[in-house]
Design a protein around this ligand. Structure first.
Ligand code: B12
Length: 210
């Protein structure tokens, strides 16, 4: 594990910031820095699952990551090419789930790559996704989910799209660490992603750009 990931696991806030600043000044790409932080966060999650870390530690790791994102977000916007609006993407974290650090990264990257993004926030019920898709005419719907308990909820959203007669015009991508090909099949989504760039590539392919 890298020094940065390890500092995350130790919840050594000051070392995390120092290493992130160092990497930024060395020109390491923001997405690579996020990847390293993610390794640390995954381990924090493992320690939580094992009962060695408690909710306090989980919350503290999120605070550190949010502070890191404040440093990285402006860089993501600066380093990538801003283009005209390529299309609209509706996104949110599904009902029952309040994790949003990963979703916010996807939102930043989509915007940076020229998409208009309607971010519905966290704990989003199916009706709200459907309403947003209807009103915006978005052809891409992204759902973020980190909890196993959300499989059914993701399926509910896809089913609700179908019931509303919107499914043919809207491509659905689910994202987050729990998303796999099996989960995709169960939910009826068109694609799944475990990283943010896959979401951008998916949106580009749906809108027929690049
Ligand atoms: C930080 C954290 C929290 C924070 C969240 C703060 C916030 N504002 O988001 C807090 C403390 C609030 C929290 C709460 C809980 N958490 Co939590 N949490 C985490 C932790 C440590 C890191 C998550 C994170 O932010 N990672 C960093 C981001 C950058 O990564 P990411 O989310 O995976 O996103 C990337 C990709 O997945 C992808 N992506 C994500 N979404 C999308 C969407 C689309 C469309 C696309 C294309 C891509 C994409 O792109 C991102 C960038 O690459 C994880 C551990 C882990 N392994 O994930 C546990 C974890 C997710 N939490 C867990 C649990 C159990 C909980 C709680 C139930 C704990 C409790 N007992 O209360 C609650 C749930 C509350 C709720 N109802 O949602 C479990 C889930 C187990 C499971 N699989 O069901 C995990 C895995 C920890 C563990 N190993 O036990 N948590």
């Amino acid at each position: 594990m890298s020094e940065l990931a390890n500092a995350f696991v130790q919840l050594d806030e000051q070392t995390v910031y120092k290493l992130v600043d160092q990497k930024i000044s060395e020109g390491v790409s923001p997405l690579d820095i996020i990847k390293e932080c993610n390794q640390g966060l995954t381990e924090v999650g493992e320690l939580f699952a094992l009962g060695q870390y408690y909710l306090t530690e989980l919350m503290f790791s999120a605070e550190i990551m949010q502070a890191v994102m404040e440093k990285l977000e402006p860089l993501i916007s600066n380093t990538e090419n801003k283009q005209n609006t390529l299309g609209t993407v509706v996104i949110g974290t599904v009902k029952g789930d309040i994790h949003d650090i990963g979703k916010s990264i996807v939102v930043s990257l989509l915007k940076t790559h020229g998409f208009e993004v309607i971010d519905l926030g966290v704990d989003v019920p199916a009706e709200k996704f459907i309403e947003a898709v209807k009103q915006s005419g978005a052809k891409v719907l992204g759902m973020s989910a980190l909890l196993n308990s959300t499989y059914q909820e993701m399926k509910n959203v896809v089913d609700a799209l179908e019931e509303a007669g919107l499914r043919e015009n809207v491509k659905v991508i689910i994202g987050g660490t729990i998303c796999t090909e099996n989960v995709r099949k169960f939910t009826g989504a068109d694609a799944y992603a475990n990283d943010a760039m896959t979401g951008v590539k998916f949106a580009k392919s749906v809108y027929g750009v690049e």
